[in-house]
Ligand binder design. Structure first.
Ligand code: SAM
Length: 261
């Protein structure tokens, strides 16, 4: 008989989340550093990560010598991150906070938020509040690197992705499926299935959650409401710093470089 999946919060299983995305981390960190050098008008030493999750990028950037402040609402992820920093003898400041609206002193040279975390903000008001809070925490000339999927107007709404990663004795297979897409309300529902194989056991988990939808035009309109941030360039998840792209309806995965005026 198959193993019955247990409902669990995907982000509340930070070790498995971290394993699932481990291959992406070095390329993302390289891209962030390249973007800091190319687009920030100031030297980047101090960085902020809203919605840091398991902190894979927090650890990587701390290891590369940046002063990192990071926050999330998911307590198990924050505990995992603090332990990991301690184990690796790395320094970063980790807080519990909501990215919807937060208030930090304007001391950061850059902020970054990749991989769709931004789409967890389900209303225009929350998204605007987030962008304004980030702008208020950046020094003039600092940048915000914001990555998330756009929904091209003619895109197929049936999407399924599956991948497997391994660390030590643990193998994690993630299946991500779009369950429903409501373009009018701008919400899609995602289901995550997780298959975790350890040395002695196999477990299955699942989670379902909504994400906000954006077309290129909808994001431009939102950005127009946050005059402190200017759009410098846009890339995709190939992270090729020498190949900025045009923000058009064809783009489905977007990494925006926004600069604090
Ligand atoms: C896709 S994960 C990204 C984690 C990390 N940035 C990374 O790239 O690995 C999304 C994260 O957003 C966090 N999150 C969702 N809504 C949030 C909110 N309103 N405020 C802060 N964090 C939030 C979740 O707990 C989760 O850790």
């Amino acid at each position: 008989m198959g193993i019955r999946p247990i409902r669990a919060t995907w982000y509340g299983l930070p070790r498995y989340y971290d394993i699932a995305f481990q291959s992406e981390t070095p390329a993302e960190a390289d891209f962030l550093e390249a973007a800091f050098r190319r687009y920030a008008a100031i030297e980047v030493r101090r960085v902020l990560e809203p919605a840091c999750g398991s902190g894979r990028l927090v650890c990587e950037l701390a290891r590369r010598g940046y002063g990192v402040v990071a926050f999330d609402t998911c307590r198990p992820a924050l505990t995992y991150l603090r332990r990991r920093l301690a184990r690796r003898k790395l320094m970063a400041h980790v807080l519990a906070a909501d990215m919807n609206r937060f208030c930090l002193p304007p001391v950061f040279d850059a902020a970054y938020n990749t991989f769709d975390s931004f789409r967890h903000l389900l209303s225009e008001e929350a998204a605007r509040g987030h962008l304004r809070s980030v702008a208020d925490s950046l020094r003039p000339g600092g940048i915000y690197v914001l990555g998330f999927h756009l929904l091209p107007p003619d895109a197929s709404e049936h999407c399924i992705e599956r991948w497997t990663e391994r660390r030590g004795q643990t193998t994690v297979t993630v299946t991500l499926r779009v369950l429903t897409t409501d373009r009018r309300r701008r919400i899609e529902h995602i289901r995550i299935n997780l298959l975790v194989r350890g040395r002695h056991s196999t477990r299955r988990y699942f989670d379902e959650f909504p994400l906000r939808l954006y077309t290129a035009r909808q994001f431009r309109r939102l950005l127009g409401q946050v005059p402190h941030l200017e759009l410098c360039d846009v890339f995709d998840f190939w992270y090729e710093i020498d190949r900025p792209l045009r923000l058009t309806d064809e783009l489905s995965d977007a990494v925006f470089i926004l600069r604090r005026r």
